[in-house]
Every structure is written in structure tokens, then in C-alpha cells.
Ligand binder design. Structure first.
Ligand SMILES: [Zn+2]
Length: 101
């Protein structure tokens, strides 16, 4: 039984790493959020691919822990789509300026 209460522990399990690579393969390493908008965002769009393409739980991990390793509940998203989905898009350019005096 996977403990999803501790996210960091969950994301470092070999089960998660395995299903994550399966999802990316299924999605051809393309952001599904961009795809729905008629755009294509692949690893080739961004040199630092590990940072830019994420695998997201369509139904949140907290709400549906039983779907944590269900491939139907997973999709590939770029960092931007992922942040928009979770409403946590932060303008990184401004972040440092705000913290400087
Ligand atoms: Zn995207």
C-alpha cells in the first residue's frame, strides 16, 4: 500500500517513477494542456526537459489517493500548464525584485 499522505515519499517511489515514464510515453512527451489549446509543447521545445514536463494527477492526489497510480488519472503537463491548473503561477522574474530592498 502506497502512503500518499507524504507526497515527497510518494514521488520518490519506484512505482511512481515507473508509471510516470509510462504516461510520458503514452502522451508522446507532449504537454496535454497545450495540446488541448491546439499548441504543441514537447521536450524539444525546452532544452531543460526534466524541469519542463511534469506528470500531473488529473484528480488530485489528496482527494483521490486510490487513483495515485492509475494511468487514466495521469497526464503529461508542462510546468506552465501545471502551475495554471493548480493556480500557483508565480512570476519568477518579479520574485527576486520583491525580496530585494
Ligand atoms: Zn502546457
Amino acid at each position: 500500500m502506497i502512503n500518499t499522505g507524504n507526497h515527497l515519499a510518494f514521488y520518490s517511489t519506484k512505482e511512481w517513477k515507473h508509471i510516470r515514464s509510462e504516461v510520458r510515453k503514452r502522451d508522446n512527451n507532449e504537454c496535454q494542456g497545450c495540446k488541448r489549446q491546439g499548441k504543441v509543447f514537447t521536450n524539444k521545445s525546452e532544452p531543460d526537459k526534466r524541469k519542463r514536463l511534469d506528470v500531473d494527477h488529473i484528480k488530485e492526489l489528496e482527494d483521490y489517493p486510490e487513483l495515485c497510480l492509475s494511468i487514466d488519472n495521469l497526464e503529461t503537463l508542462c510546468l506552465r500548464c501545471h502551475n495554471i491548473k493548480h493556480n500557483r503561477y508565480v512570476k519568477k522574474e518579479n520574485k527576486w525584485n520583491d525580496e530585494q530592498w
